[in-house]
Ligand binder design. Sequence first.
Ligand code: NDP
Length: 301
Amino acid sequence: MGAEIIDGKQTAAEIRASLKQQIEAFDGEDMPVLSVVRVGDDDAGRVYVRNKKKAAEEVGIGCEILEFAGSIGENALLESVAELNDNPHINGIIVQQPLPKQINPQKILEAISPDKDVDGFGALNIGKTALKESGAVLAATPKGIIRLLDKYCGDLRGKHAVIIGRSNIVGRPLALLLLNRDCTVTVCHSKTQDLPKISRTADILIAACGCPKMVQKDWIKPGAAVIDVGINRDENGKLCGDVDFDTVKENAGFITPVPGGVGPMTVAMLLENTWEAYKKQQTGQTSSCCCGHHHCHCGHH
Ligand code: NDP
């Protein structure tokens, strides 16, 4: 028996439709606005930004793209981020990766106000997630994966989740979210020994390593949920994930396709985070400073 296909495209469309309704019904002073910062000539980055803008505008979120030459210095980029932080009409800020070599990406991410950090990549939001504190902006890709698991795979408690990849934007925050949902979590990476053996113990296997079709059929416990985060090109230049979909689907219970799985959910969660940031900002429930306190104690202004 083949696996049930986890339809991320359809699920994301439902989330966007619900967001659209909520945004239309909300009696706010002005519309929510997302600002997307893009640097240099990366073609893939340009496509991702265009898709995010289109999706935002369809649900009623304004999207302003700020483009900079690849030669921009770190300080100039930091100044632009500071201006966006101070602009009351901007509710969410994301900086499209990758950034040119002269710019330290984490430094730019840390400069985004935690309330406007709708990618959820900043240290404060990741830290709050780690501590299971309320009010954290959850990283978009991991948040989207949890939504899919909730919809298709039932109760997550006690399940063994194996994540292949430990990046700051996928593997690491996803491990925290799954732990918060009472999974038993194993995080694998390029130094892990006997990945197939560990993968076979997974009730939920998440591949986020950027290795085309690496995960094979005999790595899968029969009936397991397989989530493929990878976006790669195969030997023929065709889009593919980190999972060998055609064979793995014979063993898995549930599986995400690429495209049409995790990708559209990431964009939907980015929009949801922007909408939530807007509502908090409209109702004054923001942390006024990088210290995260409503009444600031850290002395930074
Ligand atoms: P990174 O390159 O930042 O991280 C890759 C991780 O995988 C690292 O932790 C690395 O280990 C590990 N890894 C690499 N090779 C192997 C291997 N052979 N065996 C085991 N572990 C390995 O990638 P990202 O997390 O940014 O992205 C991963 C993939 O997901 C990419 O294909 C990317 O395009 C895609 N992606 C998709 C998104 C979506 O919305 N669908 C969003 C973000 C990313 P180590 O730490 O030891 O180097």
